[in-house]
Design a protein around this ligand. Structure first.
Ligand code: CIZ
Ligand code: SF4
Length: 348
């Protein structure tokens, strides 16, 4: 696709309410695409990016953090710009050490990753010797390096079951997300698995939550159902929430899953006419652009301050100067890689 064709494609693919934004930022977008081409950069776009940023990436180069990192590993580009938060770009670097991985703002954090250190993992290890540690992908390399397995919101249950079997234990440690831990324990119980999942906050005072998803309360879901006539279990409507939400919120939903699972759910239910997504708000904008036949309820004002740090101006600056590169200590990287590889093996 030529740059002009890509510009036309972006304009066409944007949600209707963004056409003025497109015109206002046209030159910036053009400059970014020219640099992308000249420097042969792979631009990866996470599902939570604002539509103008999201559309900079080609269709198959958008998605969740793991799918994007895997995509990066297959690509030939020597420079990767990861439009997402820092732990995601770091995961791409762990899987692609020989490539230069850039992020438009190194301060793009995450309330889950930022509140959990390698020392916290070691504390769990000391308290529960021999119990396998499954670490959510929303964590930094030093934390992954001290863990036995990595997991994502798409495969958490499978990885936990595998870890319990492999270590012959009825206990598994899951870090750092307290709310997802609670939701996973529920999944285990509901599916008849007698596994005690040890997550922060269950038996101790430590706690980590996604500051975005914890804002979506069960009463919000009830109100949306009433206001938009979306009964639980109805065929043509769906309330879908992320497993980083409160357990009580998940219980009110029709389905709970990772961003990739949300997309898959909508794609596989062609009868859907109205959908509410309980997650970062930009995901709703991006889904609305992808599924124009469905009405997406956008009542929320739930944005991630970290994701919002990634904007067109900073992307251009990073590409122009090849700055804000992700570095990971090689010993840490190798150990972190092991936990990711052990997860990928399970998915095979
Ligand atoms: O792994 C990701 O991309 C995250 C953090 C969210 C999701 O559910 O896809
Ligand atoms: Fe972290 Fe939540 Fe923001 Fe995702 S949405 S980056 S989990 S704070």
């Amino acid at each position: 696709m030529t740059i002009l064709e890509k510009m036309e494609d972006i304009e066409k693919s944007l949600p209707k309410d963004q056409s003025i934004d497109y015109l206002a930022n046209k030159e910036l977008i053009l400059n970014i695409l020219e640099l992308r081409e000249r420097k042969n950069v792979l631009i990866l776009g996470h599902n939570y990016m604002a539509p103008l940023v999201y559309q900079l990436s080609n269709e198959n180069q958008r998605g969740d953090s793991l799918a994007l990192s895997r995509y990066a590993a297959r690509a030939n580009n020597l420079i990767i710009l990861f439009d997402g938060v820092r732990f995601m770009a770091e995961t791409a670097k762990i899987l692609n050490p020989e490539k230069k991985v850039l992020i438009a703002d190194l301060a793009a954090g995450c309330s889950l990753a930022d509140n959990f250190s390698a020392k916290d993992v070691l504390d769990y290890k000391n308290r529960y010797p021999g119990v396998p540690i499954v670490t959510y992908i929303n964590s930094y390399a030093e934390v992954k390096a001290e863990s036995d397995y990595c997991c994502t919101s798409a495969n958490g249950l499978d990885v936990i079951l595998h870890a319990a079997k492999e270590y012959n234990k009825d206990k598994v440690i899951f870090i750092p997300d307290s709310l997802m831990g609670e939701n996973l324990q529920d999944d285990l119980d509901n599916n008849g698995h007698k596994i005690d999942l040890i997550y922060p906050g269950k038996y101790d005072e430590k706690f980590a939550r996604c500051e975005v998803h914890e804002m979506i309360k069960p009463e919000d879901i009830k109100n949306i159902r009433l206001q938009y006539n979306m009964q639980k279990g109805a065929k043509d409507t769906a309330v879908i929430v992320h497993p980083e939400c409160l357990k009580e919120t998940v219980e009110e939903a029709d389905f709970s899953g990772s961003t990739s699972a949300m997309t898959k759910y909508v794609r596989n239910h062609s009868e859907l006419k109205k959908v509410y997504l309980g997650t970062e708000c930009e995901m709703t904008s991006n889904m609305a652009a992808e599924f124009p036949g469905i009405e997406f309820i956008k009542t929320c004002n739930v944005f991630c301050q970290h994701m919002r740090r990634i904007n067109l101006e900073k992307i251009l600056y990073s590409l122009q100067n090849e700055v804000y590169e992700i570095h990971v200590d090689e010993d840490v990287r190798k150990k972190a890689r092991l936990s990711i590889d052990r997860m990928l093996e399970i998915g095979k």
